[in-house]
Design a protein around this ligand. Structure first.
Ligand code: GDP
Ligand code: GDP
Length: 435
């Protein structure tokens, strides 16, 4: 279960500066996934070994105070719905504003832990000025200079200390967990309902702890699986959340809880940037992916329509294209069974563990035949490989000069793994290490 920290506050207070500070140290070390574009609003960080997700809610802000009724309300609602902890950021240079007071009022009613941070406290002078914020009636605030990073340690100590510690008991431990993500109106609810017909019985509905994720157990077509759905996804927004940022962030928790993400695309609209963002989230979280093009009943079909549509999607999604793409109609229930079957296959692929002996037997001759290109007269010799016991496939290749193995050769290695062992729909991590 992942803890999610959201940063809210008026434009220009320093939210993205702090967000970047949280992310940069870690990304340099861990986030090696090739071809995943850096998300400006979503990422993972950790403090003293505790991992958490960070969301910068300032997705699409406008630079005026009267933006409050629109954007800032949405930001705060997003944070309240999706986050475990909320950082409310204020700017000492500007002092307390009416908007700050209103945001604080919304957060106070939320029952989530809120950490009030007075930013841009670059010197003692600002530290003193910060006392103005006691007007909010708060017992404590943190002063910070997110530009230099001072003050972030104390804040993170407290946030991490307050994370819920009660061990979450997964009632469906070991069963495949699927979430259906996609833009509003693509047909997510229609597919969910199509999976649930008369003979179908839902065994249990479990509201998972305080994070109100709904997990529904399905037993359909001889497959048992759990659909994961969070409050944020189900919420019919009070304000229209037409901006892609919000609807993508609404999927964050569901994706993190799942093994498989069905990315649903509207056939009449095609693959757009919002779909790409959801794809990026799933990939970054190393989840199995199935792309489902829905409303296929509305498309005029000619000989190559499917093939062309598929090719267009693959062109847009970048390097990781070994992904099943299905053309369905949730409304007429066309290829619903196929969707479930393919999702189960991807689940199996993600859980697959290749025996070390088999892995070496297959991969060492591949490296022998096509070694990494020599660099500065030096030859890389790959001697041994193992798959790590992680939830999604990760491989370590031991060699003499790992720093000489370039991106292109890592991709070659990944493609060979896919070709020989079958990891369709699953992101793979590859590491070259010194033997
Ligand atoms: P956001 O709109 O809330 O995401 O704010 P940004 O992170 O984009 O920051 C707005 C401006 O404030 C930028 O020019 C930052 O460089 C600056 N800034 C951010 N944090 C600090 C700080 O701690 N001290 C000072 N002096 N400037 C800061
Ligand atoms: P959601 O917002 O993603 O949950 O989308 P809904 O399931 O509410 O569907 C939005 C609209 O698209 C509804 O009017 C559905 O009847 C319609 N719809 C969903 N799936 C299909 C489909 O396969 N074919 C057609 N023609 N319409 C669909």
């Amino acid at each position: 279960m992942s803890n999610i920290v959201a940063i809210v506050g008026r434009p220009n207070v320093g939210k993205s500066t702090l967000f970047n500070r949280f992310l940069e140290r870690r990304e340099a070390i861990v986030d090696s996934t090739a071809g995943v574009t850096r998300d400006r609003h979503y990422g993972k960080s950790d403090w003293n070994g505790v991992e958490f997700t960070v969301i910068d809610t300032g997705g699409y802000e406008v630079d005026t105070e009267d933006a409050f009724q629109g954007e800032i309300i949405k930001q705060v609602e997003l944070a309240v719905d999706e986050a475990t902890s909320i950082i409310f950021m204020l700017n000492v240079a500007e002092g307390l504003t009416d908007t700050d007071i209103e945001i604080h009022e919304m957060l106070r009613r939320s029952n989530k832990p809120v950490y009030i941070v007075v930013n841009k406290a670059d010197s003692a002078k600002e530290e003193l000025a910060a006392t103005e914020f006691y007007q909010l009636g708060i017992p404590k605030y943190y002063t910070m200079s997110s530009a230099t990073g001072s003050g972030t340690g104390e804040l993170l100590d407290d946030i991490v200390k307050d994370f819920p510690t009660t061990e979450y008991k997964d009632p469906f431990e070991g069963l495949p967990k699927i979430t259906i993500a996609g833009r509003p109106n693509v047909g997510k609810s229609t597919l969910t309902n199509a999976l649930l017909d008369k003979e179908q019985n839902i065994v249990t509905d479990v509201a998972g702890t305080t994070r109100d994720s709904i997990q529904t157990l399905y037993n359909k077509f001889g497959h048992e699986f759990v659909l994961v759905d969070t409050a944020g996804m189900r919420r019919k927004a009070k304000v229209k959340e037409d901006l892609e940022f919000y609807s993508v962030m609404r999927a964050v928790r569901s994706i993190e809880y799942s093994d498989i993400v069905i990315i649903m695309v509207d056939a009449t609209l095609g693959w757009e940037s919002q779909d790409m963002n959801i794809f990026g989230l799933a990939q970054k979280n190393r989840k199995g992916i199935v792309i489902v093009v829905n409303k296929w009943d509305l498309v005029e079909k000619e000989t190559n329509t499917t093939r062309d549509f598929e090719a267009r999607i693959k062109e847009k999604i970048g390097q990781f294209t070994d992904i099943p793409i299905l053309f369905v109609s949730a409304l007429t229930k066309q290829r619903i069974l196929k969707t479930v079957e393919v999702a189960m296959e991807v689940y199996q692929n993600r859980a697959k563990k290749i025996k070390t002996s088999k892995l070496n037997e297959v991969m060492l001759p591949v490296f022998e035949a096509t070694p990494p290109p020599a660099l500065k007269g030096k030859y890389v010799k790959i001697k041994y490989c193992v798959q790590l016991p992680t939830p999604s496939p990760q491989f370590v290749f031991f060699c003499n000069l790992p720093q000489y193995v370039k991106e292109a050769y890592k991709r070659f290695t990944e493609n060979q793994l896919r070709k020989h062992f079958g990891f369709t729909g699953v992101p793979i991590e590859i590491y070259f290490r010194q033997k």
